[in-house]
Design a protein around this ligand. Structure first.
Ligand code: ASP
Ligand code: MG
Length: 414
């Protein structure tokens, strides 16, 4: 017998038939003798509609009322699933965030969880009652309803699993696991049986965003075993590596055969900025990046070169959406820094190879550079971390680069 948290996303509860399908899966776990808490999202499209209504009425609406509105999507599905389970003869009840209570701070619209009172849920689960929990929502110290940010029901599920000391947190979604890269680009992408928390964080940008990043951070900190699997394929057996067992997100110590590279991620969300001919002296980087951070511009990759004539070029990337703000910030410090000009290139892509095995293997970066060279793809910027090597290339070569690297690291399915 195990205690498990099952989480179902919006597409898994999109209509009554799918809610019945979800109830069948819950029933199966109950029949195994497991104690079950279920976390549900709003039916797909509902949250978007609710957000749209708030914005239509007032672009600068009161964030507390926004939360009162958007939290309702999850309230509906939790009640509907409880009714469905009861109809099947299963003891179940719905729980809203405030009823548990799941306490958060007051950052409405993107609140952070502070504590979860799990005792009463556990007491009832021990009697066989299924707890159907509305994801995404909580309650602030002043008793107002809060929500956790878009995609936040993943975080609700992981936090609940930690609070209930659950054996696993199964995240049911519309993909059957985490892949070595985006299968839409590389048909030979392989589903990973296991992936380390840190790799999962780095691969968050691969294809459809499978898990909210915060939920992975939380799982890593609280050591929650997370399984990502499809609610549309045949039900899993209790065998963690069985049919449709999905991908297990775990501590890297649990991964015996560490691949040098587990996956390849890409992002077209960044833009490249080059500040030309900045004086090559102490304080210049501090002045540029200090100003950008003051203006809330997130900088990712950075390169600076040496120079013969006392000036240098500073190249870095920022989120595409931040480009106008970065431009304005740089304009403001032009007289202070005395650079010659600013060049912008939004047509870039960042390609990253990720793997915890890199910690103990040399040559990973070189394989990447050679594979790109073979395809005559120019590397504009390079950055590395302990488990990741990233390069910036022209956006038009994204697919070509991802495919070439997938092959170069031996990730292609047979
Ligand atoms: N329904 C919320 C959203 O669409 C939360 C979630 O689905 O995770 O963002
Ligand atoms: Mg989601």
């Amino acid at each position: 017998m195990a205690r498990i948290v099952m989480k179902f996303g919006g597409t898994s509860v999109a209509d009554l038939d799918r809610i019945r399908n979800v109830a069948q899966r819950v029933k199966r776990e109950v029949d195994y003798g497991n104690q079950v808490a279920v976390v549900v999202s709003a039916m797909s499209g509902v949250t978007n509609q609710l957000v749209k209504w708030c914005t239509e009425l007032s672009p600068l609406h009161d964030a507390r009322e926004y939360d009162a509105v958007v939290a309702t999507g999850e309230q509906v599905t939790s009640g509907l699933l409880a009714i469905t389970l009861q109809e099947m003869g299963i003891d179940a009840r719905s729980w809203q965030g405030w009823q548990i209570p799941l306490r958060t701070d007051t950052a409405h619209g993107k609140a952070r969880i502070q504590s979860i009172e799990g005792a009463e849920l556990v007491r009832r689960m021990e009697t066989g009652q299924v707890a159907v929990v509305a994801g995404f929502q909580g309650i602030a110290p002043d008793n107002r309803i809060t929500t956790l940010g878009r995609g936040g029901s993943d975080t609700s599920a992981v936090a609940l699993a930690a609070a209930l000391k659950a054996d696993r947190c199964d995240i049911y979604t519309d993909v059957d696991g985490v892949y070595t890269t985006d299968p839409r680009i590389v048909p030979k992408a392989r589903k990973l049986a296991k992936i380390a928390y840190e790799e999962m964080l780095e691969l968050a940008s691969v294809g459809a965003k499978v898990l909210q990043t915060r939920s992975v951070e939380l799982a890593m900190n609280e050591r929650v075993r997370v399984r990502v699997l499809s609610s549309f394929l045949d039900a899993p057996t209790n065998d963690p590596l069985g049919e449709n067992a999905g991908t297990l997100v775990v501590d890297e110590d649990e991964i015996v055969e560490k691949e040098n590279v587990s996956g390849i991620a890409y992002s077209r969300d960044e833009a490249k900025i080059t500040v030309r001919r900045v004086p090559d002296r102490p304080g210049i980087a501090a002045a540029i990046f200090g100003k950008l951070s003051e203006d809330n511009v997130n900088v990712d990759m950075i390169v600076q070169n040496i120079s013969a004539d006392g000036t240098t070029d500073m190249t870095f990337t920022v989120g595409k959406a931040d480009l106008p703000r970065a431009r304005a910030a740089l304009a403001e410090i032009q007289t202070q820094i005395n650079y010659s000009e600013v060049l912008e290139d939004p047509n870039v892509a960042k390609i990253s190879v990720v793997g915890v095995g890199m910690r103990s293997h040399a040559g990973v970066a070189n394989t990447m550079f050679s594979a790109l060279a073979d395809k005559a793809i120019n590397i504009q910027v390079i950055s590395t971390s302990e488990i990741k090597v990233s390069v910036l290339i022209a956006a038009e070569y994204t697919e070509l680069a991802v495919r070439a690297l997938h092959t170069a690291y031996g990730l292609d399915a047979a």
